[in-house]
Design a protein around this ligand. Sequence first.
Ligand code: ITT
Length: 193
Amino acid sequence: MEIIFATANRHKLKEAQSIAGTEFQLLSSASLGVTEDIEETGATLKENALIKAKYLWEKFGRPCFADDTGLEIDALEGRPGVYSARYAGEGCSFADNVQKVLKEMNGITNRGARFKTIVALITDGTPHFFEGCVEGTITETTSGEKGFGYDPVFKPAGYDTTMAEMSEEEKNRISHRGIAVTKMIEYLRQYNK
Ligand code: ITT
């Protein structure tokens, strides 16, 4: 079964495809010629995930899903949250965002944080939502080269390494996206019976 993934983020596509296995083939919206940036104007992750999935459903009328993810830092009152992608400003890089977080967290001892993902799936016009969350802490410096985004400064609870030091399989097993996409795949297996 083919499913369109409304993302321009190649890291997300790779992680999700490795969870979906060979049973489900994920097609990125970009590979179908969608080059425009779908504007994420929602106030919540759920609204933004729905905006992205709906956009593709209306365009193609084929099974599709979107993922919206945010990093919530306790000491920053939940920021960057829904603004995680452009936290350091329009056109910023992953490294710019990480540096901004490290600067804001300088000298702060309460380093609790979590990644949250909401997946919105549309197979027949009605959206279905799947959620994943991983608790952890923000490190003092960056560590690791794998993953993407805020992975080099996020240490999941119970682990000694950042998410950027984990293999893709290990990250997928415990991560926000891993949990949400696994729930979606389980749902699709039922739906496909
Ligand atoms: P699409 O909307 O095209 O899917 P995006 O990168 O804009 O891609 P999000 O809005 O969902 O995706 O994510 C916001 C940001 O959160 C993203 O740019 C990363 O900086 C960060 N992020 C998302 N997932 C992450 C992960 O698994 N590990 C580390 N950072 C992540």
